[in-house]
Design a protein around this ligand. Structure first.
Ligand code: G3P
Ligand code: CA
Length: 231
């Protein structure tokens, strides 16, 4: 079962920050999940539409430019990185899961990804874009047919299969509370990887293993890997 660092190694470092991402790379996770919001002029790694919860700033992310946001404290003296910094830090051995939150101007995102690939910073196969907004995913998949797409679902995913098919998706990302063996088998039969979020407790990890999931998102990737290795 693959281990994804959720918002980086966010159990020990401020979420979606450089230290959380570098720690995940050091641990040697299979993947790193980050959240992407649009600022006025850039893509920022931050979960909420608002700056308030995770930084000492206040207001909506999309009303500020990247330089202004980067001056804020995102916890322990960390700053809010932009997408390019993540692409610069990545080792191209780890799957980067970009979860699109409120993101705009997807053409710019497509160009940035293609540019980084052409510069040898990251391979196509190491980029996985997911979102609860399946329309954004559809647009991106049409623009970048090679892109791995993750269909995010937050509750009982009645219509996930239709979206996954329309998107020619790579994976389905499910809330751990709404997954079971039948759902996992159904996804696998459709040729989809199935990953659950956010799985931190040993009893939940064991359950996801029992369901036959392909991977989990966890805030504690080092402990999760150690637990899996101990089994
Ligand atoms: O990508 C999986 C998971 O992170 C989705 O929920 O709220 O943690 O972004 P959230
Ligand atoms: Ca997320």
């Amino acid at each position: 079962m693959k281990v994804f660092a959720h918002r980086g190694a966010s159990g020990h470092f401020p979420e979606n920050t450089k230290s959380a991402i570098l720690e995940a790379l050091k641990i040697g996770v299979d993947g790193i999940e980050v959240d992407i919001q649009s600022a006025i002029d850039d893509y920022m790694l931050i979960h909420d539409s608002w700056l308030d919860r995770t930084t000492n700033g206040t207001g909506k992310v999309n009303e500020f430019d990247a330089v202004t946001i980067a001056k804020l404290d995102a916890g322990n003296g960390e700053y809010v990185p932009n997408l390019q910094q993540l692409l610069d830090w990545n080792n191209d051995k780890t799957l980067l899961n970009l979860e699109l939150k409120h993101t705009f101007e997807l053409e710019k995102l497509a160009i940035q990804l293609e540019y980084n690939i052409s510069m040898g910073k990251i391979s196509r196969t190491n980029i996985l874009v997911s979102s609860f907004d399946h329309h954004q995913l559809l647009w991106l998949k049409n623009r970048l047919p090679w892109l791995k797409i993750g269909v995010l679902t937050s509750s009982i995913p009645i219509s996930y299969a239709k979206f996954a098919e329309d998107l020619n998706a790579y994976s389905v990302h499910v809330d751990k509370n709404f997954v079971n063996k039948a759902f996992a088998n159904d996804a696998k039969q459709r040729g989809l990887k199935i990953y659950a979020y956010t799985v931190d407790k040993e009893q939940d990890i064991a359950l996801m293993l029992e369901y036959g999931l392909d991977g989990i998102f966890t805030n504690y990737p080092a402990q999760t890997k150690a637990y899996l290795q101990s089994l």
